[in-house]
Design a protein around this ligand. Structure first.
Ligand SMILES: [Zn+2]
Length: 109
């Protein structure tokens, strides 16, 4: 069972992470690739950079979804339990990644 103090702390962390990721995603989307005139080398660099940004954006989007799911579980009162087997998640695990929804066994299994 997760105590109120920890829950408040993790809720705050999740909300802060959520805002930070949304800001980051916004700045990634604002970037404009491929339109600048330049020689072939520069275009290749820009393409590579654009791919990297895309990968970063996908990772961030996935993380954002996990965070939003976690916030929904907090609202619904099911936060801190494994979404698959219902076991309590360890406090250590929640502190390391507050958005995690699976216990160690389900994550690896
Ligand atoms: Zn589990």
């Amino acid at each position: 069972m997760i105590n109120k103090e920890l829950l408040e702390k993790l809720t705050k962390t999740l909300n802060e992470d959520r805002e930070r990721i949304m800001d980051k995603l916004e700045s990634l989307q604002d970037m404009d690739f491929g339109d600048a005139p330049g020689d072939d080398n520069e275009e290749a660099d820009e393409t590579e950079e654009a791919v990297n940004e895309l990968v970063t954006a996908q990772i961030l989007e996935r993380r954002l979804m996990d965070i939003e799911d976690a916030l929904k579980r907090i609202d619904g009162g099911t936060y801190g339990k494994c979404i698959r087997c219902g076991e309590d998640l360890s406090q250590e695990m929640l502190e390391a990644s507050p958005e995690s929804g699976l216990c160690k066994a389900c994550k690896t299994g």
